[in-house]
Design a protein around this ligand. Structure first.
Ligand SMILES: Nc1ncnc2c1ncn2[C@@H]1O[C@H](COP(=O)(O)OP(=O)(O)OP(=O)(O)O)[C@@H](O)[C@H]1O
Ligand SMILES: O=c1ccn([C@@H]2O[C@H](COP(=O)(O)O)[C@@H](O)[C@H]2O)c(=O)[nH]1
Ligand SMILES: [Mg+2]
Length: 191
């Protein structure tokens, strides 16, 4: 049985940064759903490249069949058993699609949630964009749409996991190493 930790939080809350640290300390495989979609978009023969670019630029959530199959393939290819799934599930459609395809194959350990104010997150993404991230959504126009989607579609999923007592909330509005010291407490408790 594969083990999964979902990693959620607003755009720019630090999910990718903290996942890298978790990989080094706890040996999980980091799968960012956004990174997998960007890789798929970059393939010259991708069936979904144009759709993915439109969805990403406009902060919309790509149909779950596409995202879930990229995640499933990456999990299988890794040959490993412990996964951090970063930035997924971010809507009811994502959650239902994942449960349909994966609930018999994976054990959800918990959901790590990075809480961070919108203005701080926006500042981080804009800084990342001006430092040359190359992301087509690190600009103010896309960020407004991304946050709308986050509040309308992803926050209910976070509330859902809270109601199941699976949510592990971390204050992400601090230096990355301070954030990680709280992350470690969560992973140590799960050992
Ligand atoms: N605790 C922190 N303090 C200041 N800057 C941070 C912190 N954590 C991450 N950053 C920076 O903020 C930017 C966003 O971080 P990161 O990519 O980890 O966030 P994310 O949640 O994965 O974002 P997205 O949802 O857009 O993929 C990066 O440039 C990163 O270096
Ligand atoms: O499960 C997912 C994950 C991501 N997307 C799309 O990608 C962008 C960027 O995601 P990041 O997590 O910030 O890298 C996101 O705004 C969505 O458009 C998705 O559709 N489904
Ligand atoms: Mg990220």
């Amino acid at each position: 049985m594969k083990n999964v930790v979902f990693v959620l939080g607003a755009p720019g809350s630090g999910k990718g940064t903290q996942c890298e640290k978790i990989v080094h300390n706890y040996g999980y495989v980091h799968l960012s759903a956004g990174d997998l979609l960007r890789e798929e978009r970059a393939k010259p023969n991708s069936k979904h490249g144009e759709l993915i670019e439109d969805y990403i630029r406009n902060g919309k959530i790509v149909p779950v069949e596409i995202t879930c199959s990229l995640l499933k393939d990456a999990m299988e290819k890794s040959g490993r058993e412990h996964f951090l799934i970063d930035g997924f599930p971010r809507s009811d459609d994502n959650l239902r699609g994942w449960n349909r395809a994966m609930s018999n194959e994976v054990n959800l350990q918990f959901v790590l949630y990075f809480e961070c104010p919108e203005d701080v997150c926006v500042g981080r993404c804009l800084k990342r964009g001006s430092a040359g991230s190359g992301r087509s959504d690190d600009n103010m126009e896309s960020l407004k749409k991304r946050f709308k989607t986050y509040v309308n579609d992803t926050m209910p999923i976070i509330d859902h996991y809270q109601s199941l007592n699976l949510l592990r909330k971390i204050d992400a509005n601090r230096d990355a190493d301070e954030v990680f010291s709280d992350v470690k407490v969560v992973f140590e408790a799960a050992k």
